[in-house]
Design a protein around this ligand. Structure first.
Ligand code: GLP
Length: 244
């Protein structure tokens, strides 16, 4: 879906999220929503907050699972994704904090594997992710699944590519401060979501959007693996669509 500008894309995706929340509520159920961080979803979160304030959209029955988190990182660190989500969405709507899940950047090293397994189990117990929001890295990563990630991968500890650490250095005081590791849902975890909406804005994302949408399905471009999902939409602005 090609929109003129990021604000139009954010509005469209927010309307999809709102209608999914309302649809599930009409069935007496709550939506299980997969969420992303980074610069891309900020407009979406602003729009969801607006819908909450102005149109009474309630998040009381939403269960949220975030894709990823740096490791190690303190939950309250400025750069943590836990803090990002509180600042941009969770503290601004009526979502139950107990239903907001993010891989834990503070978990002890010897607890990493059980923590990742428990994260997968929590998603399953919630009934699986109904709607997964994604961004895309310049190297094609989704979540923190860097090129080479297996299509069978699940939530786990990963090494970040130097290109990802450079891209995210603006959030830290220089690239050397960017953690070398992260926790991320796997490609298989993401592909199990019933519906996926990936957003991409700006000319910088145009080459990777082209490779993900029109290139071969390959683990060297993780987002290309989404071609194998039967309900996945890329929402891109005109600049990001310019190489399609
Ligand atoms: C980050 C996140 C991803 C995000 C991607 C793109 O590092 N781990 O979940 O989708 O890279 O980031 P941005 O939206 O800032 O371009």
């Amino acid at each position: 879906r090609i929109v003129a500008a990021p604000v139009d894309g954010a509005r469209w995706v927010a309307a999809e999220v709102a209608s999914a929340i309302r649809q599930r509520a009409s069935e007496g159920k709550g939506l299980v929503l997969g969420l992303a961080t980074g610069a891309t979803p900020r407009g979406l979160y602003n729009e969801l907050v607006r819908l909450h304030r102005e149109e009474g959209l309630s998040f009381q029955n939403v269960t949220a699972f975030n894709l990823d988190e740096y490791y190690p990182i303190e939950r309250d660190a400025l750069q943590s994704y836990a803090r990002f989500m509180r600042t941009h969405l969770f503290d601004r709507v009526d979502i139950d904090p107990a239903r907001c899940h993010i891989p834990d950047g503070e978990v002890a090293k010897d607890q990493l594997k059980p923590h990742c397994r428990a994260y997968e189990a929590l998603i399953e117990e919630a009934g699986g992710i109904d709607l997964q929001i994604l961004g895309i890295g310049n190297n094609g990563h989704i979540g923190f699944n860097e090129p080479g990630s297996s299509i069978h991968s699940r939530t786990r500890l990963v090494n970040l590519d130097i290109s990802t650490r450079l891209a995210n250095a603006y959030e830290f005081q220089g690239v050397s401060e960017v953690p070398r590791l992260a926790l991320t849902m796997g490609i298989a975890t993401i592909l199990r979501a019933r519906r996926i909406l990936l957003m991409g804005w700006g000319s910088q994302k145009a080459p990777v959007i082209q490779r993900a949408v029109e290139g071969p399905v390959t683990e060297s471009v993780p987002a290309s693996l989404l071609q194998q999902h039967d309900d996945c939409t890329f929402v891109v602005d005109a600049a990001a669509a310019s190489e399609l």
